[in-house]
Design a protein around this ligand. Structure first.
Ligand SMILES: C[S@@+](CC[C@H](N)C(=O)[O-])C[C@H]1O[C@@H](n2cnc3c(N)ncnc32)[C@H](O)[C@@H]1O
Length: 484
């Protein structure tokens, strides 16, 4: 069934059967070294210091990635990649470790995922990797290693017009798409593009037939000449002129890095057939999903950001009148404490993001160095915006966790409250520790400075006790924050 997965695509792909997908389009983070925020404003007009991060595109060669980098040649070898190529990667990893560790971290992340995607493709399948010149030359080496250099079909340039402010260099007005097929037998529908309005009329090669239609004679060695009509259009080139999604685009959903529907429709029409299965492992706000629905393909999308899944559901899918559990399903968003426990076991960070957002908070997407803060929610006190810090624990819990949270409260300016979310039932000692933190008084009402919610409490509808929470509105559409 058509499916939207919430979670890390690596975990999800590893559970999908081999040779099950006809077409993959991926538009991963580009190694742009920046974070993409959804633009939110609040009802007070005061800035929210830490906006919802749509996704993070900054890379560090931390211990985990460094260990994985060492394993890349081995992973390639195990996947059956040619010995000489594996050797090349061994040296490339060594070189990048010292010269460009961030790029290495990014390539490690991409390589393990591209190997999975190759496994998922049917022998007749194709993959389109969307990237830009920041890392395209390195990604092509990864693709050549995994798919084999003879399986590249095209390097497509998506050319668009937009204003880029940088001076001292040429304007950057294109993205790169690598199209690879898994084998030499693949689907290709020869889609055509229209000639310009005046073509033919000013071209002496063209004549009009008895019905006034423009055509020219095509001659081929050893064959009878035949007519080619202007209306058939011309064969599509590898430079695609498709307008960029800007502030005035009608299809704009306000999701950073949204790609145009026309781009995805072209890919899907060229490289798949009706009812084929299209997979987008980094589906963002779901351009691929809509293009697949529009062109009668089946689809699977995956994203690590929960708001992306909700946005796809409430915009793209609803538009076509699809019903959940009938025409599509959503996987990975816990619907019960047991499922939340399962999410924690599979992916503790994903569990943390989900829990924070489930209670109305904003996630801190930093996996390390968040000093015990996994998210915050905001409330108004007259002219100031105060925050409640949130800490999530899926595993064992102890009174020291609450003491740490008290430390955070004392340390963090503008923070009056703290919330502790846990899977397990808190002990009496933990509750006492929380009570000892006292209360915060605002407009004659007292709010416990440290509050504890279990996941079971959250499913029972319990929420934080705090002054009215700041509503967040999408700047462009005024749409309220998507409830989970
Ligand atoms: C460049 S955007 C894709 C935009 C998309 N093509 C569209 O038109 O909306 C990349 C997306 O990948 C998601 N992402 C990043 N890492 C991921 C991962 N490991 N697993 C799944 N999704 C991930 C991000 O949350 C983000 O939505």
């Amino acid at each position: 069934m058509n499916t939207l997965f919430y979670g890390d695509n690596l975990t999800i792909m590893r559970k999908m059967p081999a040779e099950s997908v006809d077409l993959i389009y991926l538009d991963p983070p580009f190694n742009s070294n920046r974070s993409y925020n959804l633009l939110y404003k609040n009802t007070t007009g005061l800035p929210i210091p830490e906006q919802i991060e749509a996704f993070c595109d900054t890379w560090e060669l931390d211990y985990e990635k460094s260990e994985m980098a060492k394993d890349i040649p081995l992973i390639m070898h195990d996947y059956g990649i040619h010995h000489e190529v594996v050797q090349f990667w061994y040296y490339l990893v060594q070189a990048l470790k010292t010269t460009n560790p961030r790029l290495l971290a990014y390539l490690v992340y991409m390589t393990i995922r591209l190997i999975e995607m190759h496994r998922l493709l049917k022998p007749t399948g194709s993959l389109y990797l969307h990237c830009d010149p920041t890392a395209s030359h390195y990604l092509k080496i990864v693709m050549d290693s995994v798919f084999g250099p003879k399986h590249i079909r095209n390097e497509i340039i998506w050319h668009y017009k937009r204003y880029t402010a940088r001076s001292g260099q040429f304007q950057k007005l294109h993205d790169v798409l690598f199209w690879y097929s898994k084998t030499n037998t693949y689907v290709f529908n020869d889609i055509r593009e229209a000639y310009g309005a005046k073509s033919g009329i000013h071209d002496s090669h063209y004549k009009q037939d008895e019905n006034g239609k423009w055509f020219r004679w095509q001659k081929r060695k050893g064959a009878e000449p035949y007519k080619i009509y202007l209306s058939e259009g011309r064969r599509m080139g590898d430079v695609w002129e498709i307008p960029f999604i800007n502030a005035s685009s009608k299809e704009r959903l306000g999701y950073p890095t949204q790609k145009p529907l026309a781009l995805l429709e072209r890919i899907i029409q060229a490289s798949s057939k009706e009812n084929d299965l299209v997979f987008d492992p980094f589906c963002g706000c779901g351009t691929t999903i809509e293009a697949a629905i529009k062109n009668h393909r089946q689809w699977i999308g995956c994203d690590i950001a929960i708001h992306s899944i909700k946005l796809i559901q409430t915009t793209r899918i609803q538009k076509y009148g699809f019903t959940e559990h009938v025409e599509y399903r959503i996987e990975g968003i816990p619907q019960s404490p047991e499922q939340a426990q399962y999410l924690f076991e599979q992916d503790p960070f994903q569990f943390q993001y989900w829990a924070v957002e489930k209670t109305g908070g904003f996630c801190s997407h930093k996996k390390t160095g968040d000093k015990g803060i996994d998210g915050r929610l905001y409330f108004e006190t007259g002219t100031a915006l105060c925050s409640m810090v949130l800490s999530v624990k899926g595993g064992t819990i102890k009174p020291a966790d609450i003491r740490d949270l008290r430390g955070v409260l004392e340390r963090e300016k503008g923070t009056e409250l703290a919330g502790f979310i846990c899977l397990k039932e808190p002990t009496k000692a933990m509750k006492q520790e929380a009570d000892a933190a006292g209360v915060y008084v605002y407009q004659g009402l007292s709010y416990p400075r440290i509050q504890i919610l279990t996941i079971q409490d959250i499913f029972n509808g319990k929420t934080w006790y705090c002054p009215s929470m700041v509503k967040t509105l999408r700047k462009d559409t005024g749409q309220t924050f998507l409830a989970l």
